[in-house]
Every structure is written in structure tokens, then in C-alpha cells.
Design a protein around this ligand. Sequence first.
Ligand SMILES: Nc1ncnc2c1ncn2[C@@H]1O[C@H](COP(=O)(O)OP(=O)(O)O)[C@@H](O)[C@H]1O
Ligand SMILES: [Mg+2]
Length: 345
Amino acid sequence: MATNSNNGLGGVPFDEKAHLLDVENLNVEFRIEDGVVRAVNGLTYTLDEHETLAILGESGSGKSVSAQAVMGILDTPPGFVTQGSVKFRGVDLLQLPENVMAKDVRGQKIAMIFQDALTALNPVFTVGWQIGEMLRKHRGYSKKEAKEAAIELMERVRIPDARDRVNAYPHEFSGGMRQRAMIAMALSLDPDVLIADEPTTALDVTVQAQIMELLHDLQQDTGMGLILITHDLGVVAEVSDRVVVMYAGEIMEDGEIDDVYHHPAHPYTLGLMDSIPRPDVHTERLSPIQGAPPDLLNIPTGCPFHPRCPFAKERCTTDDPQPNSIGRNGHESSCFYWEEVQRDR
Ligand SMILES: Nc1ncnc2c1ncn2[C@@H]1O[C@H](COP(=O)(O)OP(=O)(O)O)[C@@H](O)[C@H]1O
Ligand SMILES: [Mg+2]
């Protein structure tokens, strides 16, 4: 039986009432010579249509690996999903064979803009050719049809003079324009979910803001679910609905962006916020979090953040607090002393 990817995936029907994306208790490890790198430990989130979710954390907190697991592109071995589920409209992607993931899921249902997007374009092909590639491959477009579609996509991502620039090579594009081309490519098959991994990190501040605005506008137009992976809350706060704060592969805090931003309930979130400039809080000096993120080969016992935490007590060295409901609209904190954290603010 041919699979109809509009009603289901790999013969499994969609559940009309399910979330667009529902990641539950995702665990990923890398089995390497030195031991086991526990990169993602119990990540749980949902994403609906028209929703933007920020996944926030310092470098090395498991953000990119979690996205690779969702897309089914983990480097296996050494990487393995050891627990959990990744449901798209109720269908667990982790149970689907690779051929279904390649043909019906990646690009069509869930597209991703990779962290190293600026170097991801192939220097020997024109930008337009690369934007049209998925349409030739998946939709059987002719070269001419794909080129016209590429021009339209370039216009959608606001690349000026698209009809001329469709024939340009990547080196003829600025960093911001290359990132727009990557976004055009990701949108070519009209995905339901777009995961953008550090989409603005390599760009200067004004271009960052423009790319964020573009992603936000595209999301509003299409109603797709958008996941913004970032280490910088300041860049995504304005366009996000919800946020998941990750540390050592675990959720430290999650909730609606306004609640987390204005009523942070985890010392790690506080630390992240104090290390970025905020328009609403006047500070003389930014204070980065003391110390460094842990080696995921050797995660501290108890709460993984305790060695760096100004609120840590004896209990935090032995017990690992799980996300705990602390307020409205699903606001959760994985800190035993969240009330103290909020009082301190
Ligand atoms: N192919 C791999 N082999 C071994 N370890 C890996 C591999 N890819 C990622 N990791 C480890 O997984 C952890 C999380 O990495 P990553 O998800 O890239 O962090 P982030 O995106 O939050 O900066 C890191 O400790 C990294 O070293
Ligand atoms: Mg990353």
C-alpha cells in the first residue's frame, strides 16, 4: 500500500486531536571510547500550529542533538535514542523506517535550518539551483519549474532582485542573504514544523533582528510551528510563545515566555538573563554565570547545575529535581528552591 503522507505516516494514521509535535522524555546518548555522553536527558515539550517555541541553553546543553533526534538524523553510532517518543500529529517518528523519514517527513513535515547554515550552501551550484533541489527531487518539478519556484521562494524570504540573483553563486551573497536562502530552501516543501538552530548566531546584530522578524512573519503567514534553538534569550524573546530552558540535556525551566522572562523560577534561567542586556532592567554590568557547563560524560550527581548555583544546598548535590508545576500556563521549574529564587528577584 502506498503511504499517503497527508493522512498519516508509514501506514499509521494521524491523530486529529494530537499536538503537531509532542516530544516526551527524550533521552539521547553517545557511546564513545571514553564512556557514555548523556547529551539529552528527559526532554519533553509540545508544539502546536502557529506556535513558536524557544529552546534555550548555553553551548553543549544538548539543543542541537535533541533536534537531530527529532529529525532522525542522529549520528548512529555513536548516538542512540535510548528512551522517549517524538510524535508528529500522534505518529511516533522514532518508530518509522528511515525510508519513510527521508521521503515523507524530512523537508515535507519537519524542516531544519542547521547551525552551520552559512557554510552549508554548495559553492559550485547557484543559489537558485539549490533552493529548487527539493522540488525537483520530491515533487518532480522540471528545471524550469524549479527555477520559477526558487524565484518565488527567494521573494518570500525578501531577497531583493530575486529574478537576477537566482543565478548567483553563494559567495556572491552576504551572510544575511545566505541565511535567507537557507530559509527559502527549508520552506520549499511547505513544512508543518520548522526547526531553526541558532539561525542568527553568525550574523551581526541588525541582520539578526531582520532574520528573526522574517522567521516570525513567515510563521504568522503559514501557521507552521517554529522551534528556535538559541543560547541568547534576548534574540528570541520577542517572537516566542513558550520557552524550554535546557542545561546538561535536562529541562531546568519551561513555560510561557512572558512568565519565564518576568518571573524566572530557576537559578540557571536567572544566570542566563543576567548575562544578556535587557531593555527593561538597568544594570551597570552584565554578570556571566560562574564556572562552565559540565562534561556530559560526567554529569554531576543531584541537580546538574548545583556546582555553579548560588542557591544550592546539601540536598541539591544528591537529588535531581524534576520539572515541577509552579504557576499558571504550564510554568515549571526543576529547582527545589524556586520560591526562594522568585523572592530573590
Ligand atoms: N557525534 C557526537 N559524538 C559524541 N558526542 C557528541 C556528538 N554530537 C554531540 N555530542 C555531544 O553532545 C553534547 C550536546 O551537544 P549539542 O547538542 O551540540 O549542544 P548545543 O547544541 O546545546 O550546543 C555535547 O557534549 C557534545 O559533545
Ligand atoms: Mg548547537
